[in-house]
Design a protein around this ligand. Structure first.
Ligand code: S3P
Length: 425
């Protein structure tokens, strides 16, 4: 797909539902009693993988487009699927579902695409095994495919070496079925959608600083879930609106949960003209409209506790830093290497190809802004956030940019290119 420099962005856009919240609503709905009604569900390939896995385990799910009805069968209602469970490109599906499967009374194999089969699963295999699960990497390489035989579980106290909501959630979900209390302590707080939503479904879960605590649940109960717009999708328009001179856009209905809003804090620190309007809690999570006006940005240092709150936004932040004055340092972000692609490597290669001054470090990158970018051929490595990042960079670069594998945006944002085009016209 080819892109070239664009004029100012104007008007309004409503980004699709949050990916993390959409996944969880189907998973928790499936093991709850009664029907869960989900509004603004993200119809991206990742969330459709979650729906397909639970359908294979006997859960009736009516996907009516914007609304999804999950007819839950209770804590012990899942059935052994025929064949393997295919998690596609979705790390969230693979890791969270493993926590649930660890406690069922059947054996199941789960796997996914080439990217999923390279991503680290030892981080969930180790704690789930300590809880009593029988779970193994079939090729003994710490990756999917995984074979899981459900077993009686015991609660644990787990000190997680990484701030990962996927690891935390897998353990908490296993903890729902375990004997006794389960505690997961993270080095920094990761996104807390699991804790918030499980509590709404009736689980006994709470947080003490960076520790999440759960007690076994006799039953969860179906809920009505309103999925906020995904801040990780909004981030691309936020960046484009700030960077393309003369832009003014309103991004409607964006989830601004404080464990996800690092991008807003970073933009403000870089000098962004960014206003939150109509803040409300109607979705059970904080939501706002973002008013974005083009701004003169300057470089900053990003590291420490803010990293998990903007982990998926670091590719677009790195691109933004190329247009900011001075140096931007991203550190404490080694987790980027084990996302859908190695996002440090892919960002450094592709930004360099466009002429940016960017240097790879052990746990991030250093970007010296101010050099004009020029169009280039960009290999997205089929990583949705890389493709969207370079579609935005292309809006600011001289000449033509070609993005290879551009269709991978369907993972989290079908319709992304159309929405971008509409704002530009
Ligand atoms: C997610 C958590 C994050 C994030 C991913 C979605 C989730 O991964 O990168 O896109 O829904 O829990 P980690 O928890 O592994 O950092």
């Amino acid at each position: 797909m080819k892109f070239s420099k664009c004029g100012p962005l104007r008007g309004e856009v409503t980004v699709p539902g949050d990916k993390s919240v959409s996944h969880r609503s189907v998973m928790f709905g499936s093991i709850a009693k009664g029907t869960t009604e989900i509004h603004n569900f993200l119809q991206g390939a990742d969330c459709l993988s979650t729906i397909s896995c639970f359908r294979k385990m006997g859960i009736a799910i009516d996907n009516k487009g914007d609304t999804v009805l999950v007819h839950g069968r209770g804590m012990h209602g899942l059935r052994k699927p025929e064949g393997i469970l295919d998690c596609g490109n979705s790390g969230t599906t693979t890791r969270l579902i493993s926590g649930i499967l660890a406690a069922q009374d059947f054996t199941v194999t789960l796997t996914g695409d080439a990217s999923i089969q390279k991503r680290p699963m030892k981080r969930i295999v180790d704690p789930l095994s300590r809880m009593g699960a029988k779970i193994r990497s079939i090729q003994d390489n710490g990756c999917a495919p995984l074979e899981i035989t459900g077993s009686p579980l015991q609660g644990i106290r787990y000190l997680s070496p990484v701030a990962s909501a996927q690891v935390k959630s897998a353990i908490l979900l296993a903890g729902l079925f375990a004997e006794g209390e389960t505690r997961v302590t993270e080095p920094e707080l990761s996104r807390n959608h699991t804790e918030l939503m499980l509590s709404r479904f009736g689980a006994d879960v709470h947080t003490e600083n960076t520790t999440a605590v759960i007690r076994p649940a006799p039953e969860l109960y179906g809920q009505k879930i309103l999925v906020p717009g995904d801040i990780s999708s909004a981030a691309f328009f936020l960046a484009a609106g700030l960077l393309v001179p003369g832009s003014e856009i309103l991004i409607r209905n964006v989830g601004i949960n404080p464990t996800r809003d690092g991008i807003l804090r970073v933009c403000r620190k870089m000098g962004a003209d960014l206003t939150l309007l109509g803040v409300n809690q109607d979705a059970g999570e904080p939501v706002a409209d973002l008013l974005v006006k083009s701004s003169h940005l300057h470089g900053i240092t990003i590291g420490g506790a803010i990293i998990p709150t903007l982990i998926d936004e670091l590719p677009i932040i790195a691109a933004m830093a190329c247009f900011a004055e001075g140096e931007t340092i991203i550190r404490d972000a080694a987790e980027l290497k084990v996302k859908e692609s190695n996002r440090i490597d892919v960002m450094v290669r592709n930004l360099s190809a466009m002429g940016a001054d960017v240097e790879e470090t052990a746990d991030g990158m250093i970007i010296r802004g101010g050099r004009p970018l020029s169009g280039a051929v960009i290999d997205s490595r089929l990583d949705h956030r890389i493709a969207m990042t370079f579609a935005v960079a292309a809006c600011l670069a001289e000449g033509e940019t070609e993005i290879l594998g551009a269709e991978c945006v369907n993972i989290s944002y079908p319709g992304f290119y159309q929405d971008l085009e509409r704002l530009v016209q």
